[in-house]
Ligand binder design. Structure first.
Ligand code: DX5
Ligand code: ZN
Length: 278
């Protein structure tokens, strides 16, 4: 059954499109819309609500970053990570311009979306991210994280992301001070504090992130905001306690999980350390 020119048509009952309803024509190509009709996922907001409930009930969670995983067996890696207890997955999109490395784009995010049951955070390390947020929303991001340093109009881009369905998170690199992000906190669903220079996995943790997390936690309570606090880079059994104590709830861990032999053991140990420190 199905048309021979559509590569991913499934034989199961006709699925419903989820991410491509009512988003206008924008940057989502017809091809992406066709691909998305071949699978079903919960709408972005709903998936994040489940993650938020986990955060509220159990405390900080670890989001494994797929950057160092075996991309030759991507669906198997997603399955291994989810079976190991990952509450959500973190996808690093790098364009070779905003950061030196080129990783992957929409096609891989869509493939992970099809394989994954848990929410996806898509971390866009690209120039002019505002030009592709609609496409990544349609590809299945539940959280879309954009860098302040790459945006010309952060407020507008964050509002656009939220209107598309995903949670809108703003990332800041180690050299960017908190006062540059403060004007946009009212339109942030989350802030991702980078604890390494964006661009590569396996780097050493930069403790400048600890002060920023603490400052953001104070600002949040002073202002009555409700954005989530995340951290990304150099997370290990040594650094996860301090970041959780400083307020991080969505804790990205790449090499600490992927380079371990036992994903479940690594995630469980990291989350236990985070929850006892939070
Ligand atoms: C770095 C990426 C990170 C990276 C984390 O630019 O944003 O998500 O994958 O990897 P580790 O945990 O190894 O620093
Ligand atoms: Zn990342």
């Amino acid at each position: 059954m199905g048309r021979p020119d559509l590569p991913r048509v499934e034989t199961s009952p006709p699925p419903q499109p989820c991410y491509n309803v009512g988003h206008g024509s924008g940057h989502g190509s017809q091809r992406h819309k066709l691909l998305l009709r071949t699978h079903v996922n919960p709408p972005a907001g709903q998936a994040f609500d489940q993650l938020a409930a986990t955060l509220d009930a159990r405390g900080p969670v670890v989001l494994p970053a797929l950057l160092l995983c075996d991309f030759g067996h991507l669906a198997r890696e997603v399955e291994r990570l989810e079976s190991a207890g990952a509450a959500a997955l973190h996808l690093d999109v790098m364009d070779g311009r905003f950061v030196p490395q080129l990783t992957y784009g929409l096609v891989v995010v869509e493939a992970v979306r099809r394989a994954a049951k848990r929410p996806l955070e898509v971390h866009l390390m690209v120039e002019q991210p505002e030009t592709c947020v609609e496409a990544y929303a349609q590809a299945g991001a539940d959280i879309l994280t954009v860098h302040l340093e790459g945006l010309t109009d952060p407020r507008q881009t964050l509002k656009t992301i939220a209107s598309l369905g995903p949670r809108a998170h703003l990332a800041i690199s180690p050299g960017t001070p908190i006062d540059r992000i403060e004007p946009y906190l009212d339109v942030c669903d989350g802030v991702l504090v980078m604890s390494v220079e964006p661009g590569f996995g396996g780097q050493a943790f930069n403790p400048v992130a600890l002060a920023k997390l603490s400052q953001l936690a104070v600002l949040r309570s002073q202002r009555g905001d409700s954005f989530r606090l995340g951290v990304d880079g150099g997370i290990s059994t040594e650094t996860i306690g301090p970041v959780a104590a400083a307020g991080a709830e969505l804790i990205v861990a790449g090499s600490a999980v992927i380079r371990s032999h036992d994903y479940a053991k690594a995630i469980t140990e990291l989350e236990q350390l985070a929850r006892s420190a939070a």
